[in-house]
Design a protein. Structure first.
Length: 422
């Protein structure tokens, strides 16, 4: 796919977004590569790179890089600190995965503030009176295991540079567990007294994980970053293959049905930029212990813990704008309650989704916590060794694989739990 073809896809398919106007200046397209040997031991270039840039202007740089096999597909944005400048985007290929690259002339596209789509400067310049936006730039760059570097000079004599760190999403979580909650009894007491007391509504969301890895969507965990490609290749192909399986034919041009379709494929294991949460702390506990075998639990060391995340959605919604388009260029994390079309799992799981274009979700939340001086995310850790008791008590509550996953698979998983994990 050429850069120009990619632009036309983005402009043709990008959906309208209601929200804040975005801002920024320029970013280079790179197509000619300086040959360089690639070490087989080094980590790949694909992933998300976010950081500050400096030069004639200063701002935030966000670069998403996807592995296409022999090439890399790069999509990059610059967001100028000066809100009188438009946000800018480029998309390009690194054709041989070289660690250094250079280009004499690259084309720069501004983002339309009303549609969030890449466009031509002449079409939106009236919205930015007095602004001088470049059309092209000379660019050079390089990458290694830890950093991605860009330098550029534009046709209007502006320049900039950035050294972007690799995402920390694969690093251990930096959140520490609540020290007063150490076992299942502590957990139930905390739920009753503080997290879900009568009359508080659904302030908190919960998510269970087997271990202490960071919050990360499966889409990003598997090395994907480009949401245009996901929407206009993955989703289109899935819709074609699944339509004869579902009772309802999803109209993906309707926002509610589009969201319901994404949630359906997420619940059936396809990697999406959605992260599953629940309104029930006990459903979250089930998912935290699910998949741990009896022998693994009995042999687990004292420091082996499951992790239950507690997210204050009420305060998050107060302090952030919801994003209604996956391809919104700025980093976002939005809470969504999708309708349950052909999705029997949503209701018993009390499911809710967080949608995000961010690889390292935890760092994004921590930055917002520091900015707002609030605590949005808390962590509860419980011992693996308590698995048998926890799953037994959850089954008495009616929280089992059979109830959460209606159908043959759920029934078989529940019976396996009863008969083989005593």
């Amino acid at each position: 796919m050429s850069a120009n073809h990619f632009y036309s896809i983005a402009i043709h398919f990008s959906t309208f977004l209601r929200g804040k106007k975005t801002i920024a200046p320029l970013m280079p397209v790179v197509s000619r590569i300086i040959p360089d040997e690639i070490s087989g031991d080094i980590r790949e270039m694909n992933g998300q790179w976010v950081g500050r840039y400096s030069g004639t202007s200063n701002g935030l740089a966000l670069v998403d890089i996807e592995d296409l096999g022999e090439d890399y597909l790069v999509q990059a944005y610059l967001i100028d600190d000066d809100t009188k400048m438009p946000l800018a985007m480029v998309a390009f290929r690194v054709s041989n995965k070289s660690k250094t690259f250079s280009q004499k002339q690259v084309y720069i596209q501004p983002i339309n503030p009303h549609t969030s789509e890449p466009t031509d400067w002449d079409r939106i310049k009236e919205a930015y009176p007095g602004a001088n936006f470049p059309k092209s730039a000379e660019v050079e760059g390089s990458w290694d295991e830890n950093n991605l570097t860009f330098k550029w000079n534009t046709d209007i004599q502006t320049k900039g540079e950035c050294i972007l760190p690799r995402s920390k999403a694969e690093s251990p979580s930096e959140y520490k567990a609540i020290p007063s909650i150490n076992n299942w009894d502590d957990f139930k007491k905390e739920i009753a007294c503080n997290l879900v007391p009568i009359g508080t509504g659904r302030r908190f969301l919960f998510r269970g994980q087997n271990d202490g890895w960071r919050l990360r969507t499966k889409f990003h965990r598997l090395g994907r970053t480009n949401l245009y490609k996901f929407l206009f290749e993955d989703k289109k192909s899935l819709h074609a293959h699944l339509s004869f399986r579902t009772r309802h034919i999803f109209d993906l041009n309707k926002g509610e049905e589009n969201g319901a379709f994404l949630n359906l494929i997420q619940h059936h294991g396809y990697p999406t930029p959605l992260l599953d949460w629940t309104f029930s702390p006990f459903v979250a506990a089930f998912f935290a212990y699910r998949g741990i075998k009896k022998q693994e639990a009995s042999e687990a060391k004292e420091d082996r813990k499951v992790r239950i995340f507690v997210f204050d959605q009420q305060e998050w919604k107060k302090d952030t704008q919801p994003v209604l388009s996956l391809t919104w260029p700025l980093p976002y994390l939005s809470i969504m309650e999708f309708i349950a079309i052909d999705n029997e799992r949503m209701i018993p799981q009390q499911a809710v989704s967080i949608v995000s274009n961010i690889d390292d979700i935890e760092s994004h939340i921590r930055t917002k916590e520091a900015d707002k001086k609030k605590e949005y995310l808390r962590i509860i850790e419980l011992p693996w060794s308590e698995r048998k008791r926890v799953m037994h008590e959850l089954s008495i509550m009616g929280i089992t694989a059979g109830s959460l996953f209606p159908g043959i698979d759920g029934v078989c998983e529940e019976m396996r739990e009863r008969l083989f994990e005593k």
